[in-house]
Ligand binder design. Structure first.
Ligand code: HEM
Length: 293
């Protein structure tokens, strides 16, 4: 931990030090003994890395939970009720989901607040960086730029999604989610959110690995190339998984549009049959009552 702080402090100090501050002569250095540098920039950097890592790992788990709709409607229903404690408490408690969302939201806000330090603060800074990037043409500088813009988009896109989950935790289920995606017109937002989150997350993990020296192997160039491949594979896999899941929610939502608002009842006669290969078809129309009515 101390090593990480020292390493981060050295990096932050090197980047933050303006050219004029570099000692001109020994006399000058003797007359102005170096002030003890604050460790706060390093601590904040570490906090940003840790919160980013947490969010990236959360996103990985979240994408697997959400894609359980690809197994079956019941599988997704089981996952949703599991997080409400249905299998270890007497009745499902959606407020547990709200608490989890609250925790994720808190980390998300903290991470975004820490990232604000790195945003260009004025048009002049923005232009300077844009020119620098064009002149440098370095792949990793381009990635940093992409991460900045996807992060900016996430402020809004993830904020809307998290707020919905926070205030309506009981509305998570095969029909409930599918209705939100289709009848509730959330699919365009989810589509943008999917690309922004996966690109931002994969670049974030790649940069974390570089920053904290998690490079696999001894040859740094080869290791960097391998990391880049991993990063691309990570993005492609989760974007692909997200797209097929979103398609499944969309098709179920279209099939259920006439009865939007109806809650899912496991094993109910009114289940809609949707398979990715076979298309969405409606099984015999029996409309079960709202769950809990
Ligand atoms: C604890 C917090 C969260 C919960 C409970 C949650 C829950 C869900 C649920 C149930 C869905 C399925 C659609 C729906 O019901 O509306 C969904 C979809 C989605 N969520 Fe979240 N989510 C959370 C946080 C996040 C975060 C932080 C991100 C990204 C930064 C995210 C990105 C997405 C995306 C991209 C989709 C669409 C998935 C797809 O393409 O199939 N979620 N989420």
């Amino acid at each position: 931990m101390t090593r990480m702080l020292e390493r981060s402090a050295a990096l932050s100090a090197a980047v933050a030090r303006p050219a004029q501050e570099i000692p001109l002569s020994l006399t000058h250095a003797a007359a102005h003994p170096p002030r003890r540098r604050s460790r706060w920039p390093a601590r904040l950097d570490l906090l940003q890395s840790a919160s980013g890592l947490f969010l990236a790992l959360f996103l990985v788990a979240h994408m697997f939970f959400v894609s359980s709709i690809l197994i079956s409607q019941e599988a997704f229903y089981t996952v949703a009720r599991f997080f409400e404690g249905a299998y270890f408490l007497a009745t499902p408690q959606p407020w547990i989901v709200s608490c989890v969302v609250g925790g994720v939201l808190a980390v998300f806000v903290l991470h975004a607040w820490l990232a604000l330090r790195k945003f260009p603060a004025s048009f002049r800074q923005y232009k300077a960086f844009a020119e620098h990037r064009t002149r440098l043409r370095h792949d990793d500088t381009g990635l940093w730029w992409l991460q900045l813009w996807t992060g900016f988009a996430l402020f809004f896109l993830a904020g809307i999604h998290l707020y919905g989950m926070l205030v309506h935790p009981e509305m998570i289920g095969p029909y409930e989610s599918a209705d939100r995606v289709w009848t509730g017109s959330m699919w365009p937002l989810y589509l943008l959110l999917l690309f922004a989150a996966e690109i931002h997350g994969s670049i974030g993990l790649y940069r974390l690995a570089l920053k904290w020296d998690w490079l696999p192997g001894r040859n740094p160039d080869a290791a960097r190339r391998r990391l880049r491949l991993l990063k691309t594979a990570f993005s492609l896999f989760f974007i692909g998984l997200g797209l097929v899941s979103l398609l499944a929610y969309g098709r179920l939502g279209i099939a259920h549009a006439e009865r939007a608002g109806e809650r899912y009842v496991p094993g109910g006669d009114g289940r809609l049959a949707t398979t990715l290969a076979g298309g969405a078809g409606v099984m015999p129309a029996h409309v079960p009552g709202r769950q809990g009515d």
